[in-house]
Design a binder for this molecule. Sequence first.
Ligand SMILES: C[S@@+](CC[C@H](N)C(=O)[O-])C[C@H]1O[C@@H](n2cnc3c(N)ncnc32)[C@H](O)[C@@H]1O
Length: 267
Amino acid sequence: MSAGKVYLVGAGPGDPGLLTIRGVELLRSAEVVVYDRLVNPALLEEAPANAQRIFAGKTAGYHSLPQEEINTVLIEHARAGRSVVRLKGGDPFVFGRGGEEAEALAAAGVAFEVVPGVSSAIAVPAYAGIPLTHRRLSSSFAVITGHEACKEGAKIDWSRLASGIDTIVVLMGLKNLPRIAAELIAQGRNRQTPVAVISSGTTAKQRVITGDLGDIAEKCATVEPPAVIIIGEVVSLGTELGWSSLPETAAEAESETRNGKQPANRP
Ligand SMILES: C[S@@+](CC[C@H](N)C(=O)[O-])C[C@H]1O[C@@H](n2cnc3c(N)ncnc32)[C@H](O)[C@@H]1O
């Protein structure tokens, strides 16, 4: 029996065209695919019909495997000599617990390979025409989790972020958006700093809502996850460069603009 291997593959942010060539190659020869909820289901069709497909979930409210169990599934299939693709949303090493899965595989002596993916932190703003850096407007960006923003003892240093980073990209931050905006304003970031909230980015459901630190939380009260939040002057470029957003009708576009939204995406 040949030794199995686990491939930690980044599936990209939603648009199936953003999976890497290496990722497609591995999916086409996979015997087992273990996938997360944010992975586009179209990608699973690349795997052979007889490959075992295991849903790992990873979102509250959905049936999902606990992390320990995911690690065990990966290890057991690899030990049985199989080629296992662990398909993760975006990039496997950006807030996806890919590091923990790699640690578990290394500790178990299982061979693995990491195939980077296009992170939502980069691709979602790009699809909304927002460059994270720009010679005139931003020479630094940080990607942070918003999940911890309200937790006691959270490790995020709001003061350094507010004053030391030009563009702040927040993943998993929708629920805590009011707190995140308030923290940045309290630490000295101008309340007129432009903010964009992009939900279901790079997909046909992409929505872009813009505002500033002072009003974005109110504007986004009904936005559904997943969403990326971008805070910084570069957001203002999205109006001009939003190449993947086309108005459905002039009247709709006008009414959405009045409400602080950019029009729906139609890739
Ligand atoms: C657990 S993190 C995983 C991030 C992933 N590893 C990556 O590199 O994109 C999940 C978060 O990514 C963001 N996200 C992922 N896909 C997205 C999409 N299509 N549109 C907007 N946000 C997305 C959201 O902030 C979501 O809560």
